[in-house]
Design a protein around this ligand. Structure first.
Ligand code: ACM
Length: 633
């Protein structure tokens, strides 16, 4: 009797513990926890059901075999059964699935293989973190708690952008980035392939683009402060993808139900193309080199800027349209995505204003200003794309001067561009920089790798993002993205650090049902995914654990206030140079900072253990912070 009840209690306990450990990102639409666990053993079989389910079953077997060391059989019927619905379940759509885990077996159903793939991602997240390991892990009981899940995405466009121009990422790095995003049910990889700092895609009919445009002079130090190329200096820092590389990455992404949105950024951001073919710009300046990260622009705030080097294509030149025709002729068949991104952002019109060809074109076409001239350019580009069977998407500047007839808009300078485009009946992808730009600081610059970022987007801010503004027909909002610009990102580990956990928060936003957000619950799930990422060898930032230190002056005295993003943390501090820990001063209210060469050192703890990084702020830095309006700048 005693033995029986002990057994009963321990079974109950283990099912409670497993249920508490359930931490799915993105949060499923409906999740019911049941009693018991499904145990993966050497005898477990994977059933693919229909032939179309086979690749997903094979992928699941590979994911399970690596950490367990098992050699699971994939056959038509199995203990883990995939099943494609003969009659589509309307609730599930193209990407939804049901997942039923019982002590005996697992069943995933979907209308399409993509749904099976997403069901598999959820199933994998039910197993212990070690399941993410790529090498066998010993002494783990591979249990998945019994659940019943019905799940489908809120948005069809769940993207991540990676800039490979400012810094080049190898095709292996790009695949890794795609593999990680697919685990969180992202399905669009926006590949920013060209910019001022490198042209990264082979165009066979335009060989200079990769011979010249993919190379720049080697520099070390701080981006934006590098020395400009010296005359005659060899350009040895090179990188581009051959068309075979592109096909390989596209296929790899497709296996993960990720479609690739390629971007060729025109008419601005084109210095690498212009360095390759100087006739593309108004000045035809043959001394223009691929920019290595040296200063070439002046930014005046309020969206005003001046390019000190001509990096804009000439909208009055037929050679430019012939060039783009060649580029898109070769690109269109490489990328199955219906859309091609053509940039359109931050184009400097100063060289156009003084160019006789541009002036004559404006006169001839009745274009009132250079915004209308850019609009003329974008409309011509749209026609070229349409002739290749593609649709155009561009950054929200393409609204200025009149939107091309069928264009979709990627709204980055806030939500306003997206709102305007949706009101005009155009499709929109929402990527407002102050919520989803993952190149921006996520914590205190004192302890972040990029100390000079112009802006901050903390995890809390990203978590709050709602892509559908009020009074907009939601059907025009295709979805959103997390965008990573790579000026300060040199390695894939660094890219991951910038991407996660903010992209986990956004995975919820883009996939999960609206209105189910709960910060504390998200943090619990985030922590489980940090463990999983550790097992996978994938990087992420712990910046959300760090203290947020602001400063104010009152009656001639300086005060420091400390807050935390994550609830339930303790803050300890010192003013006497000692390292802060749980035995030093406990923060409860704003701290007066004495006169003199004082440094405030703070650290966060939870349950008696340090969880944040120590932040040391000299008095001068605190004084500087008194001038700040918000924590964002
Ligand atoms: C952008 O961030 N310039 C689109």
């Amino acid at each position: 009797m005693r033995l029986f009840s002990l057994l009963f209690v321990s079974t109950l306990l283990s099912s409670i513990v497993s249920a508490q450990n359930i931490a799915i990102i993105p949060q499923p639409v409906s999740l019911q926890t049941l009693k018991g666990n499904f145990r993966l053993t050497t005898q477990t079989t994977i059933g693919y059901g229909q032939t179309a389910g086979r690749p997903v079953a094979d992928m699941l077997a590979a994911r399970l075999n690596a950490p367990t060391g098992y050699h699971l059989k994939v056959q038509r019927q199995g203990l883990i059964q995939l099943h494609l619905n003969a009659k589509p379940n309307a609730t599930l759509g193209n990407e939804g699935y049901t997942l039923d885990v019982t002590a005996q077996n697992v069943r995933i159903t979907a209308n399409e293989p993509a749904g099976l793939f997403y069901g598999v991602q959820t199933l994998l997240q039910l197993f212990p973190p070690g399941i993410e390991s790529q090498t066998p892990v010993k002494k783990v009981v591979w249990n998945a708690p019994a659940v019943r899940i019905t799940d489908y995405p809120r948005f069809g466009w769940r993207g991540m952008m990676l800039d490979v121009s400012r810094h080049f990422f190898s095709k292996e790095d790009v695949k890794r980035y795609i593999d990680r995003m697919a685990r969180y049910k992202y399905n669009v990889f926006h590949w920013h392939l060209t910019d001022d700092n490198g042209w990264r895609i082979e165009i066979k009919s335009l060989p200079n683009l990769t011979k010249t445009g993919a190379c720049r002079v080697q520099r070390y130090g701080k981006w934006g402060q590098y020395e400009a190329p010296k005359p005659g200096e060899p350009a040895t820092d090179c990188g581009f993808y051959t068309q075979d590389d592109i096909r390989e990455v596209v296929a790899y992404a497709a296996e993960r139900y990720v479609t690739i949105l390629p971007e060729v950024d025109v008419p601005g951001h084109s210095m690498a193309a212009i360095a390759s073919y100087p006739e593309l710009c108004c000045t035809k300046d043959t001394s223009i080199r691929v920019n290595p990260g040296s200063k070439f622009a002046e930014w005046y705030g309020n969206g005003q800027f001046k390019m000190l080097v001509d990096n804009s294509m000439n909208p009055s030149s037929e050679q430019v349209y012939a060039f783009l025709d060649k580029v898109f002729t070769e690109m269109a068949p490489l990328f199955p995505n219906a859309y091609v991104h053509v940039g359109g952002d931050e184009c400097y019109h100063g060289y156009w204003e003084n160019d006789p060809g541009c002036k004559a074109l404006m006169e001839k076409e009745g274009l009132k200003n250079t915004h209308e001239l850019q609009s003329y350019f974008m409309k011509r580009v749209e026609k070229i794309l349409q002739s290749k069977g593609k649709k155009m998407i561009g950054w929200d500047e393409i609204l200025e001067g009149g939107l091309a007839p069928e264009a979709a808009v990627m709204s980055w300078r806030g939500l306003e561009g997206g709102i305007e485009a949706a009101k005009l009946g155009h499709n929109v992808v929402m990527t407002p920089n102050d919520y989803v730009y993952t190149d921006l600081l996520q914590g205190d610059p004192i302890v972040e790798p990029d100390q000079t970022s112009y802006k901050r987007v903390r995890l809390t801010k990203t978590f709050e993002f709602e892509p559908v503004p009020d009074n907009i027909d939601p059907k025009y909002i295709l979805g959103g993205q997390a965008n990573l610009w790579s000026e300060k990102v040199l390695t894939i580990r660094q890219a991951e650090y910038m991407t996660y956990p903010r992209a986990w928060a956004l995975a919820d936003t883009y996939w999960s049902a609206k209105g189910n957000k709960n910060w504390d619950a998200f943090i619990k799930r985030m922590e489980r995914h940090m463990e999983r990422s550790d097992a996978a060898g994938c990087n992420y930032a712990r910046s959300a654990y760090d203290a947020i230190v602001t400063a104010t002056e009152k009656d001639g005295k300086l005060f420091a206030s400390v807050a935390t993003e994550i609830n339930g943390l303790d803050v300890y501090y010192t003013l006497n140079e000692a390292l802060p820990d749980s035995y030093t001063l406990h923060y409860t209210q704003p701290v007066e900072i004495p006169e003199g060469p004082v440094t405030l050192k703070v650290i966060t703890y939870r349950d008696g253990k340090p969880v944040g990084k120590m932040i040391a702020l000299p008095r001068a830095e605190l004084l500087r912070r008194t001038g700040k309006q918000t924590d964002d700048d």
